[in-house]
Design a protein around this ligand. Structure first.
Ligand SMILES: C[S@@+](CC[C@H](N)C(=O)[O-])C[C@H]1O[C@@H](n2cnc3c(N)ncnc32)[C@H](O)[C@@H]1O
Length: 222
């Protein structure tokens, strides 16, 4: 994570406050946040207006809670950090809100939910912190199991430019980036291996940003 937090160490209360205050403060980060927001709204329109039970995992401080609740979806927010879950819950508090609950869970250990209970599972800005292929495959299998229909997954896609950057970094002995980038064909393989199919992939900023958002559908669902 950009605040230098290891993905295996839950955020503490003060860290959550600092993260929320600083993470999307800069102009470039506000642009990124705005674009992610617009892309997600587009994807949600594609999915439809039916009342949906949505799992936001990891929910972080609830960056997307309002968007999901404004759509009248029922929301469960889950994260490794209790304090993140708590904050996401606070963001879900408004008069007609369908915020159901917050669940502290380690997505790398499996999801504590029944098969097919959510119609949509949203996972933003998590996959690029999972470096091991086996872990990513397991997480995708769990996402597929817990969803009856849709998964929205963001990931960092590797391309030629990033290969060049890596070579340059090695030459000037800069530390390796902690972000895991995956070639598009590998994403397809991992996703399909888990029982999902790629419906569409949207680049955040085509050609200049590695972050992509993929709309996935459970194989065999209508
Ligand atoms: C970069 S934030 C993204 C949060 C949110 N999806 C967003 O886009 O704002 C990553 C989140 O992943 C959570 N996290 C890290 N490892 C996790 C794990 N193994 N299981 C569940 N959540 C995890 C962190 O606590 C943090 O809130």
């Amino acid at each position: 994570m950009s605040v230098g937090k290891s993905t295996n160490m839950p955020f503490e209360k003060k860290e959550v406050e600092e993260y929320e205050r600083k993470r999307y403060r800069g102009i470039d980060q506000r642009l990124v946040h705005g674009r992610e927001w617009r892309l997600l709204r587009k994807l949600l329109r594609k999915i439809g207006e039916d009342p949906l039970l949505v799992l936001d995992i990891p929910c972080g401080y609830g960056r997307f809670s309002k968007m999901l609740l404004d759509k009248d979806f029922s929301l469960v927010s889950s994260d490794l950090s209790f304090h993140m879950v708590k904050r996401a819950g606070e963001k879900g508090e408004h008069p007609h809100s369908r915020f159901l609950s917050g669940v502290v869970a380690d997505a790398k250990q499996g999801l504590p939910f029944k098969k097919g209970v959510f119609s949509l599972l949203l996972s933003m800005r998590f996959f690029h912190h999972v470096h091991e292929k086996e872990e990513r495959e397991f997480i995708l299998e769990e996402f597929c199991r817990a969803s009856s229909d849709w998964v929205i997954l963001s990931y960092y896609q590797k391309n030629l430019l990033h290969n060049l950057q890596r070579i340059l970094r090695r030459r000037i002995k800069k530390s390796r980036t902690r972000i895991k980038m995956i070639p598009r064909r590998d994403l397809y393989k991992e996703v399909e291996g888990a029982g999902l199919r790629v419906v569409k992939i949207f680049p955040l900023f085509r050609g200049i940003h590695a972050h992509h958002i993929a709309l996935l559908k459970k194989m065999g669902s209508n």
